[in-house]
Write a protein that binds this ligand. Sequence first.
Ligand code: GAP
Length: 575
Amino acid sequence: MSELDELARRRGFFFQANEAYGGVSGFYTYGPEGAALKRNVEETWRDRFVTREGNMEIDAPTVTPEPVFEASGHLDGFDDMLVECAECGDSHRADHVVEDTTDIEDAETYPTGKVEDIIAEHDLACPSCGAPLAGQSVDEFNLMFETSIGPGSGQPGYLRPETAQGMFTEFPRLKEYARNQLPFGAAQIGAGYRNEISPRNALVRAREFTMAELEYFVDPEGEGPDLSRVEDVELPLYPAGAQEADGEEYLHLTPREALDEGVVGDEWVAYFLARSKAWFERVGVDMERFRFRQHLPGELAHYASDCWDAEGEVDGDWIELEGVASRTDYDLSKHSEHADDTFTVFKQYDEPKTVERATVDPDMSYLGPEFGGDAGAVADALEALAARDRSAFDGDEVTVEVDGDEVTVPTEKTGFSVEEVTESGRHIVPHVVEPAFGVGRAVYTVLAHNYDTDEVEGETRDVLRLPAEVSPTTVGVFPLMDKDGLGDTARDLAADLREAGLSVTYDDSGNIGRRYRRQDEVGTPYCVTVDYESLEDGTVTLRDRDTTDQVRVDADDLGDVLRSLRDGDREFAEL
Ligand code: GAP
């Protein structure tokens, strides 16, 4: 167990769930400190990506019926590579076995056959028992947890592997709430489930984890973001080209520069990279151990045309914290094909336009006898083809696909014509730019980047230098001793501070030094001590975690002072 995992368990940040029953890998419970830290991290995300961006937030079910994932492509394409050991029966992610034991860093992007060959060529062994894996097949393993909805097996469903589909399937309503105006964003914070082959590194690869995702719907021909709002942000970029050239050089560019130099291809992606960087810095990710890495072509998810991962370094490994993906019109087009609703937005022109429109008016007295029950589908396919590619009607025959079969119709029976029509606008399928965060990975990285050991008055102390805004507790309140009225005064003060909306821990056990150490270790930025002077003049000692400096503050002002320190409106040194 790493030092961090040990601290996390001992001080109640997170620990394996259901340990009383032996526990199952990949499931974690956040303890009191961790749940508070996670909640604060989520609040800052909501503040940044919902409130300040003017986006909407929804809360959709986690159990999702199968047709949604047929449409989204997850049923067919949401797989990892599985290899099973013939000796001990353990399952492993084949690409991880390769990446962990060879120089190959991008096995995830290879086809299964190639990974099988590499395992054989390098004579790679089972990470659990050391038996050779050569000759074992490498198979695609779908990561979704399946369930059945209601009694019987009539309705298969899945635990959602991403919250994103909630925003896509509800798009027909969401666009109404947005008054059919693009761009607009819909966000969700909630659980995602993936039946990971080999969960590892605690919160980093879990089977149930919290995601915070924003789906930003844009007109691909519309105006881009206001980049002047992020003009000062410098992005540490690691483009695909540099990775392929085995370079470790990052480019440090503003969003505008990254776009002008062709490093980032989409204005909205550049904008959200900048917003993401600022958010990661705000919650305490060390910017010296942070970068944006572009996906290699073979690494892209089935829905993405480009993606940049925000990554944080922990113990020499780069952890993917967020992906900012261009999902193009993939999702809404797929749901348009599969669902009975409209996944388009009507885009009004400034002035009505006269345009040529290709239409069909098929001769049903021909299609009916020729195609029977499929005649309607053939007519629909002809109409779609006319809108898409009118040159297909140039010859004597037209071929369309219906239910996977090609059918041919004489052009004269299609009633094809091109007319001039005046349109006030047109229906477009919005494109999606998606910043998708793993909350658990952010929490884990924030803990790793802020866990420190230093020396105070000749003694070693463990200290978690969390930003005050996300610290589980804002202030520890201690009486010097629980006698002569000190305890009662301190308890009253703690109650007043809680009423003032602060997160407070009261502690009267052990000497003051030990109480400070306990709070330092869980990241509490401030501690207050009530002593005999407090009883005389109403002041208390306020101590700063990072510097251990102390000042005396009037107890009546303490609520305001602490709130302003927590919210970053004031520095401790100013006191
Ligand atoms: N909707 C896009 C999407 O799901 P993703 O990159 O697969 O994208 C988003 O997931 C984020 O969720 C990742 O960047 C990562 O931070 C987090 N994540 C993914 N799998 C995870 C797992 N097994 N355990 C913890 N976090 C995970």
